[in-house]
Structure formats: C-alpha cells, structure tokens
Write a new protein. Structure first.
Length: 325
C-alpha cells in the first residue's frame, strides 16, 4: 500500500437510485414505496423548460411534507450552463428544511463547476444553520468530465459519488448511437476464420469511461454508480448490464422505472456464493499464515495476501448492505 491512505467518503447504501421527474409529483409516493436505496428528484433533463418552476415547487413541497423514511434523498439540479442552476440550489435549500441529503451535479467538466455549487451550498447551510451537511453526486457524462476526472473530484470535499451518464457522454464524444446504455452490434469485430467460420464479437463501448471512473474515483474514496439503462422493458438486458459494471467495481445503478429497482438491488447485493468464497479465502490464508506460508491453494488456485484484501472488501461491502438495508 502507499503511505497515503484513501479515506472512504460518507458511506451510504446506493445499490439502486430511482429517478423521478420533479414535474410528476404523483410519482413521488410510488418511488417511496419502491425498494430504492436512493430517490433522485430530477429538475434537469426529465423536466421540460416550461415545467422547471413547477417542478422545483413540487420538490420543495415534497421535501417539506412527504415522509421519505430512511431513504437517501437527492435532487438533480440543472447544469451550470443554465440560468436555472443557481436558483435550483438556492430555492430548494432555503425552503426545504433538513430532509435533503444530496445534490447531484450534472455534466461536471472542471473542478470550478463543483466548487461553485459548494460556495452556494456552504453559504446557505451557514445562513439557515443547517445541521446536516449536503453531499454531492457528480455525473460524469462529457468528454471534459472524463478528461478532467481526477481534478473535478477535488472541486469540493462534499463529493461522495460519481455517476456515469450514458446519453450525454455519447453525445459529447459523438458516439454513433442513440441507445441509452445499451449494446450496439456495430461496435464489434469480425474474427478471422475459426473452423471455416467468421464470428461477430460484440464489444462493450462503455468500458473505457466506466473503468476510468472506478479506478480514479476509488483513489478518492468515492462510490461509483452506473447510470441509466433506457430500455425498461428489458430486465435481462438491465441485469446483464448491471452485472458487468458490478464486476468492474460499481456499487449501484440508476433506475429510470420502478421495475428496475429490485433488479439493481439484486445485482448489487453480493451473492452468497461470492461471500462464502471470501470467507473460505480468509480461512485458508489464516491456516497458511499459521504454518508460515505467504501463499496457499484454494480449490486448485493460488491465493495470497492480495486475496485477503479482495475477500475483506467483499465481506465489508456485504456487512454494510446488511447494516444499512
Ligand atoms: N418513479 C415512480 N413511479 C414510476 C416511475 C418513476 N420513475 N415511472 C413510472 N412509474 C409508475 C407509473 O406511474 C405507473 O404507475 P401506475 O401503474 O400506478 O399507473 C407504473 O410505475 C408503471 O409505469 P409505466 O406505465 O410502465 O411507465 P410510464 O409510461 O408511466 O413512464 C417513463 C415511463 C420512462 C416516462 C417514466 O418511467 C419516467 O418518467 N421515468 C423517469 C425518467 C427520468 O427521471 N429520467 C432522468 C434520468 S435518466
Ligand atoms: Mg445527462
């Protein structure tokens, strides 16, 4: 390990984050009844310009009046390139008491984007004598966001998590796809002939940004959360997609429809088999160390001190889920 420790930010259960447009307050209750760990009331792209004011009023009313139980509550504000942005922060924070937990900042591109929101939030927290500090969720969804990732994170100590925005990212880097988080047969290779046959191998066009996010985000102790999967009538596609990002290191995924919430919770709760294997590794390594060995064999495979760290993080995440859910 480096001599520099990586402290983990605020721990939260974030397996599923259900989005509800602020302009559809009739959906708020349904969101509460779901098993979503986090509810994000959206003021940004799911709300049409003519509905922005009403959406904000709905969100303020909900934060004052609705019992959200122990769920984590977030709002997605409008981008810093719009005049809605500052008023989203000021109006919601000044008029909604203490219930809000997180503010999601879309399209973060430079550290100053994050810093600017922190300036507003800090002043309002001070003025309103808020006892609970607001945390930030950053959506990484532009070429600038990915390029400046390690710097953006340092824009505020409030940053808790990074979220990948598929559609905006695709638009920003001019990907030729309109599929929100899905696959694309054109992103594939044609193999050489194997036994007289050429095969089409589909590739994962989202791998680079997600992999960069898990690597850099974890260096700052952040949660990495996978973004939306647009086809809400395809549960198998959603789960396959989520499993992939779970393997990469993501802790959860957005749900844009209630039917995706339980799917996300299922995938991002570690399976018993994996947890048992982690305990088996610890047991086998304990025995190896007692006999003076640094490495051991478990089911015919090498395990060593790094396996202990892998196993420990699996057990730690499982305990966190058990404690918080
Ligand atoms: N939160 C809570 N409840 C929701 C919901 C959500 N995001 N989306 C749908 N529902 C409810 C519907 O009201 C409906 O309830 P009912 O059975 O009591 O009538 C039920 O779940 C089934 O909905 P369905 O008819 O399948 O979908 P829809 O056509 O009403 O809505 C969307 C589809 C995509 C428009 C809607 O799910 C939505 O607005 N999602 C959020 C989009 C968003 O916030 N995007 C920003 C982040 S990418
Ligand atoms: Mg977006």
């Amino acid at each position: 390990m480096s001599f520099t420790p990586v402290p983990t930010t605020q721990t939260r259960l974030n397996r599923s984050e259900l989005f509800v447009p602020g302009s559809k307050p009739e959906l708020f209750e349904k969101a509460i009844q779901s098993n979503a760990d986090v509810i994000c009331m959206d003021l940004e792209d799911a709300v049409a310009p003519q509905d922005k004011e009403n959406a904000k009023k709905n969100v303020i009313k909900a934060l004052n009046e609705i019992d959200f139980g122990k769920k984590t509550i977030s709002i997605r504000i409008n981008g810093l390139d719009t005049h809605y942005c500052y008023r989203d922060v000021v109006d919601v924070m000044e008029n909604s008491g203490e219930r809000l937990d997180l503010i999601m900042i879309p399209k973060a591109g430079v550290p100053e984007d994050v810093y600017a929101i922190d300036v507003l939030v800090s002043q309002i927290e001070d003025k309103t004598e808020r006892s609970k500090k607001i945390g930030f969720e950053l959506i990484v969804e532009t070429s600038m966001g990915i390029t400046n990732l390690d710097k953006i994170i340092t824009g505020s100590k409030r940053v808790e998590s990074l979220h990948f925005g598929y559609a905006d990212y695709a638009a920003s880097v001019r990907m030729r796809t309109t599929n929100i988080g899905g696959t694309n047969p054109d992103y594939s290779i044609l193999t050489d002939e194997i036994n007289g046959e050429r095969l089409v191998h589909w590739n994962d066009m989202w791998h680079y940004p997600l992999s960069k996010m898990t690597t850099i985000g974890r260096a700052h102790g952040l949660r990495i959360i996978d973004g939306p999967f647009g086809d809400f009538s395809d549960p198998d596609g959603f789960k396959a997609h989520a499993r992939r990002t779970a393997i990469l290191g993501c802790e959860g995924k957005w749900a844009i429809h209630p039917s995706q919430v339980d799917l996300a919770n299922e995938v991002f709760t570690l399976p018993e088999k994996e947890v048992q294997k982690a305990y088996d590794i610890l047991e086998a390594m304990k025995k190896a160390q007692e006999s003076g060995a640094g490495a051991a064999t478990l089911n015919g495979k090498l395990i060593d001190a790094a396996s202990i760290r892998q196993a420990e993080q699996i057990i730690e995440q499982t305990k966190l889920i058990e404690t918080l859910s």
